[in-house]
Design a protein around this ligand. Structure first.
Ligand code: ADP
Ligand code: ZN
Length: 215
């Protein structure tokens, strides 16, 4: 399954919830790229120059991260792809990568949501430095002020690409480069749309229903 949606649509949150419920592997290119940056690998250094300003990393870099991850993992796994493909070229590459492994795209789920709502969501995001758990200054504060619910750490950070002007760049790029891949899946009857303004658990339920349909 592919999850497609603008930054702030909740793709990552949904992918995490579905990973647990479905026993599928959550593959987030954003997370994998942030891991590369943290490890200060050559690929991470290249990626950082794009990501910090809200631009997409080059297609070959995104494709490499996906292929490397799949090659290391269980060949029989079901995947939830979060943040890939993000361009038409990546969508075509994905078909090739899956084809070589005897796999195919089951469903493409679009989480749609208005830009105004997204801006509000994105500007309040912060995360635990230690375990990566995501929070929001209005929608999801830690239960105990300044303490991570998951791991107890007291160190939090705003992702460098969640700074205000970078958010506008990312939304613009989503409409320009990523939204045009929707017809690529729609034409094959694989696209399903979900309202991203509903509650987190309602969105999860809708996606589960869609997937139950695929069997
Ligand atoms: P969000 O969905 O909130 O933008 P992600 O964690 O999915 O967050 O992605 C963060 C950043 O990582 C993107 O803005 C982009 O720079 C880079 N990135 C992630 N996936 C891709 C991809 N498939 N192609 C190019 N760049 C990517
Ligand atoms: Zn934590």
């Amino acid at each position: 399954m592919i999850l497609i949606g603008p930054p702030g649509s909740g793709k990552g949150t949904q992918a995490q919830r579905l990973e647990q419920k479905l026993g599928a592997v959550h593959l987030s290119t954003g997370e994998l790229l942030r891991d590369e940056i943290a490890a200060e690998s050559p690929l991470g250094k290249t990626a950082a120059t794009y990501m910090n300003t809200g631009r997409l990393v080059p297609d070959q870099v995104a494709v490499k991260v996906v292929v490397d991850h799949m090659d290391r993992g269980d060949p029989d796994a079901d995947y939830i792809l979060d943040g890939f493909p993000r361009t038409r070229i990546q969508a075509e590459e994905l078909d090739r990568i899956l084809g070589e492994r005897g796999l195919e795209v089951g469903k493409a789920v679009e989480i749609y949501i208005e830009d105004d709502v997204l801006k509000e969501r994105l500007t309040g995001r912060f995360a635990c430095v230690k375990c990566g758990e995501g929070y929001h200054k209005f929608f999801k504060r830690p239960e105990i002020e300044d303490v991570c619910d998951k791991c107890g750490s007291m160190e939090f950070d705003v992702r460098s690409d969640d700074m205000e002007e970078t958010i506008l760049t990312r939304l613009g790029i989503y409409h320009l480069e990523t939204a045009p891949i929707l017809p690529y899946y729609e034409n094959r009857g694989l696209l399903v749309k979900v309202d991203g303004e509903k509650s987190v658990s309602d969105v999860t339920k809708e996606i589960e229903l869609i997937l139950a349909d695929v069997g």
